[in-house]
Design a protein around this ligand. Structure first.
Ligand code: GTP
Ligand code: MG
Length: 196
């Protein structure tokens, strides 16, 4: 799929104020600093569409980016960032979970996971929560440019083993690097397939 246009539309903390035109959307979620905003830029071939930072906690709102005037990519705040206050975290978690539970036009949630790390409790809990609430999701491993392919395969195998303790089958899995653009085509093809 070709990305012809990608435009920032609106930021919100309330899903009820998100665009109401019924266009389908795809959300990006995961721990702070995992690379959600970078991946949105990578997918759309933009350097600065979504704001990124090496400091965790950059994205604090639900951000809608309109693609080809037909659908949305949604950048969400990261979860599990210890340095924001407990109150701020609770507020984040509340509006993110409400968005995920209530947003009727949400087609798929991409759960981003750092390919360098073993499965993190918070990620597993989040994916299990998605399952309990029938929120469709895929797993997207990020930053593969930062590890060797041997290490990557090892980490993926561990992930698979752990996930299969909780799930009968794995959701779709994508391997990406926003640096090298690895995985761009597969992600876009998947989105295209879900849109048709
Ligand atoms: P929050 O908005 O804080 O939740 O973070 P985020 O998940 O949106 O992460 P962001 O895209 O801002 O990236 C965090 C840091 O990781 C930045 O310094 C990025 O340049 C870096 N980064 C993201 N993706 C990649 C990648 O694929 N490879 C490498 N090497 N660095 C990456
Ligand atoms: Mg971000």
């Amino acid at each position: 799929m070709l990305i012809k246009t990608a435009t920032f539309l609106v930021s919100n903390t309330d899903h009820k104020l998100c665009p109401s035109d019924g266009k389908p959307e795809f959300a990006f979620i995961g721990r702070s600093n995992v690379g959600k905003s970078s991946l949105i830029n990578m997918i759309t071939n933009h350097k600065k569409l979504a704001k990124t930072s090496s400091t965790p906690g950059k994205t604090q709102l639900i951000n809608h980016f309109e693609i080809n005037e037909k659908w949305y990519l949604v950048d969400l705040p990261g979860f599990g960032y210890a340095k924001v206050s407990k109150l701020a975290r609770l507020k984040f978690e509340k509006f993110i979970s409400e968005y995920l539970l209530e947003r009727k036009t949400l087609v798929n949630t991409f759960v981003l996971l750092d390919s360098r790390l073993e499965i993190q409790k918070i990620d597993l809990e989040f994916m299990n929560w998605c399952g309990q609430h029938s929120i469709p999701f895929s797993m997207v491993f990020t930053k593969i440019d930062k590890i060797s392919s041997t290490e990557l395969q090892k980490n993926l195998a561990k992930y698979k083993k752990e996930m299969l303790k909780h799930w009968d089958e794995l959701p779709p899995v994508f391997i990406t690097s926003s640096e090298s653009k690895f995985g761009q085509e597969k992600l876009l093809n998947y989105i295209e397939q879900l849109l048709s």
